[in-house]
Design a binder for this molecule. Structure first.
Ligand code: MN
Length: 477
């Protein structure tokens, strides 16, 4: 094996600097060697890297694709040599066969060997997408790593951030006017989710920064649709009712699940759709400073549309028509976003507005009153409040909107939180109340705020385990 014998000779020399012959076969003596990277949508998406060598294709399966950046190394599993004819293969491997799925050619070209031993392969790629020097090195058995040695091909490329806090909207009681500087989206009544997609893998993070990827398996396939593209998306995970409307009540059943079997079971009963409305990162570049309209343009180019993910369009201007359409469709309302606004992580600003068809408000449960008759043993009404400058303010009692399952859940959640004294700093609830530590957040619909600062005709809509109690403030009105 010439490569091994000459390794020491070669290790002492930098063949970019010296004109001495390298360990490899003299370059002029043969045609340039070929490489191919095939994107393989098998049971698990991966990329197959094959290097022509001694008449065969030496091959690695790279689950996350060829790293574009020297800062991240990717696992590359050494697999059996493939015939050189395989380099041209693109198409369908029948289901049930070895590697069943679709193969496309991600890139092909030539390469030069810098070093080739049994444990280390250093090459320079000359492809369309793939250019520059890489090293593959064995870590254990068939496990190798692939590392980019050159600076990123795209010098402006930055590593993908681990987390971006979602931007929030202020409540508005009416549409902005004039509205020509605004874009309008339907407001989706579900759970906020930021999706980090890299190497065909999706990572979903909740608003509060909790990883919720395992909870929504149907969204994972979106990674395959994006292939090797690296993006961060912002959207809302919604459950649709039988009329196709987002149902916050339905999605309750998907929240908080941890057991895989239960998640799978519920997934069939209450499937979710990820409604994508923003693109925060694209191929090594932050888009946070780009105006909303530009981010939406780039998002549209991704053509993200599948069974469990959609990119609902937005409208420039025409807020009234959108709001009317949202009411007619039984939706919660619309979002108005300034066309020229940048994305401000974690901030609630006036450049994003939510305009609702009904008043909705998240509140923290601070206690309950005993139920009577059929509701004996269960809460008859909840005492709810919100935070104002660190003070817990009583907002009234809510006695309707509970299903039997909700009542069970309330008992289960509230009883362990029992305390002797009222947790409310402002306002005075009924003395017969059972008080609890203000931890449980739920969403309520109501007609209006009274002048005394109480909810008029409120009803329970669902738990908000994705929200922190301390962040619950009174919205608008
Ligand atoms: Mn493969």
């Amino acid at each position: 094996m010439p490569g091994r014998k000459l390794a020491e000779y070669e290790a002492k020399r930098d063949f970019k600097r010296t004109s001495e012959p390298g360990a490899k076969v003299a370059r002029a003596a043969r045609k340039a060697l070929r490489f191919v990277v095939q994107e393989h949508h098998a049971r698990r998406l991966h990329w197959d890297l094959r290097l022509e060598k001694d008449g065969v294709g030496v091959s690695w399966a790279v689950p996350k694709g060829i790293p574009p950046d020297p800062k991240k190394n990717h696992l590359a599993v050494h697999v059996e040599d493939h015939p050189l004819e395989y380099f041209k293969f693109a198409g369908e491997i029948p289901k049930g066969e070895y590697g069943g799925g679709t193969v496309t050619i991600w890139d092909a070209g030539t390469y030069e060997t810098v070093k080739w031993t049994d444990r280390e392969v250093m090459v320079e790629f000359h492809g369309e997408r793939l250019k520059g020097r890489y090293v593959l090195f064995q870590t254990r058995g068939n496990d190798w790593m692939i590392h980019r040695m050159d600076p990123p091909q795209d010098p402006d490329r930055k590593p993908i951030p681990q987390s971006i806090e979602p931007m929030m909207a202020s409540v508005a009681t009416r549409l902005p006017s004039p509205d020509d500087g605004w874009g309008f989206e339907f407001k989706w009544d579900g759970i906020r989710g930021v999706a980090y997609v890299d190497g065909g893998r999706v990572r979903l993070m909740s608003r509060s920064g909790e990883e919720i990827t395992p909870r929504y398996p149907e969204v994972h396939a979106m990674g395959r649709a994006l292939g090797s593209r690296e993006v961060i998306l912002d959207g809302e995970i919604v459950a649709l009712d039988e009329k196709g409307r987002p149902s916050f009540e339905q999605i309750q059943q998907r929240m908080g699940l941890t057991s895989e079997s239960e998640i799978r079971r519920k997934m069939n009963v209450v499937p979710v759709v990820y409604m994508i409305f923003d693109l925060l990162w694209n191929e090594g570049r932050s888009l946070l400073e780009q105006p909303y309209a530009e981010r939406r343009r780039l998002l549209a180019q991704l053509k993200l549309s599948g069974q469990s993910w959609q990119t609902p369009p937005y409208e420039k201007g025409a807020g009234k028509a959108m709001l009317d359409a949202s009411a007619k469709a039984g939706l919660e309302g619309v979002m108005a976003k300034r066309l020229d606004s940048r994305y401000e992580p974690g901030r609630r600003t006036g450049v994003w507005l939510k305009v609702k068809n009904h008043n909705r408000q998240e509140l923290v449960i601070g206690g309950w009153l005993d139920g009577e008759g059929k509701r004996r043993g269960y809460p008859g009404a909840l005492l709810v409040g919100y935070y104002d400058k660190g003070k817990f303010v009583y907002a009234g009692k809510v006695g309707t909107g509970f299903s039997d399952a909700t009542l069970d859940k309330l008992n289960q959640l509230l009883k362990p939180l029992a305390i002797d004294k009222s947790p409310f700093d402002v306002g005075s609830p009924a003395r017969a109340a059972h008080f609890v530590k203000p931890k449980v957040v739920a969403e309520f619909e109501f007609v209006e705020w009274t002048r005394g600062g109480q909810l008029r005709a409120p009803s329970f809509k669902g738990f908000r385990i994705d929200k922190k109690a301390s962040e619950v403030v009174r919205e608008g009105g």
